[in-house]
Ligand binder design. Structure first.
Ligand code: ADE
Length: 249
């Protein structure tokens, strides 16, 4: 993935991107992510990036000129780049969207709003896709951009390391993840389920599938309803679910 992040708070974004798996993937060149300071594209001694909203009301709005200048300058270098604006008014971000962003070969410019957002003319003229990470309001798009970038980057081969794959995570098959255990096998009387120590791969597969179904049934039952409607539950799954819920329904 080739990504540019436009923000008034570059240090906030850079700090996170330097760490852990994302930092390593950037160092290896698997991910190319540059943080661009919107302030560098402002004018005048005071480098003002925001102004009062027409019509009055609380808060400030990011001015159109620096946003146009920044995006246009990035697009000179990356003409086929897509501009993604993070805002609470956007499409709700989810697993499928993360996967599709990771598969998109075009460069992606993440535009982070602040205050009440960006001037509408910049949004209409420049933005290809508006994404929200949930129905709540953050102080700006930076944390949202980081969430989207991290979730998408997990689908880029090499980011998770050799033996791991995002295909095994929660949501990849529509279900929540099954529980995980590591050593010791007995911690203060709390034991690891026997089947996981058995080495019997078929029994382990069945246990994990059942536990994924159980977790989903207990915590996010609406996901099962959707999967059933989409025909994504096997006869074995339905049998497990009847067992779990203790009914014959
Ligand atoms: N900016 C402010 N709140 C946001 C949200 N919920 N999602 C994406 N960007 C945002």
């Amino acid at each position: 993935m080739k990504i540019k992040v436009i923000t008034l708070f570059p240090a906030m974004v850079e700090t996170v991107l330097e760490e852990s798996l994302l930092g390593k993937a950037r160092a290896k060149g698997i991910l190319s992510i540059d943080v661009v300071n919107l302030r560098d594209f402002t004018e005048g001694r005071h480098q003002v990036a925001d102004d009062y909203p027409y019509g009055g009301g609380a808060g400030m709005v990011l001015k159109p000129e620096p946003i146009f200048r920044t995006v246009e300058s990035l697009k000179k270098e990356l003409p086929d780049a897509r501009v993604i604006y993070l805002s609470p008014q956007g499409e709700r971000f989810d697993h499928e969207m993360a996967q599709s962003l990771a598969a998109d070969t075009r460069p992606q410019i993440f535009l982070c709003g602040r205050y009440e957002g960006i001037d509408e003319r910049a949004r209409v003229a420049l933005v290809d896709r508006e994404i929200s990470i949930g129905d709540y309001v953050l102080n700006g798009g930076e944390l949202a951009a980081l969430v989207v970038i991290e979730a998408a980057a997990r689908f880029v081969p090499g980011v998770l390391g050799d033996d791991r794959s995002a295909d095994q995570d929660s949501f990849s098959d529509g279900l929540l993840d099954y529980p995980h255990f590591t050593r010791p096998p007995d911690f203060e009387g709390m034991k690891v389920p026997e089947v996981l120590l058995s080495g019997n791969h078929e029994n382990i597969r069945v246990w994990r599938r059942k536990e994924a179904l159980r977790a989903t049934w207990l915590k996010r039952p609406e996901l099962l309803t959707r999967m059933e409607q989409e025909g994504r539950l096997s006869a074995e799954d339905m049998r497990f679910l009847r067992e779990i819920s203790g009914t014959d329904a």
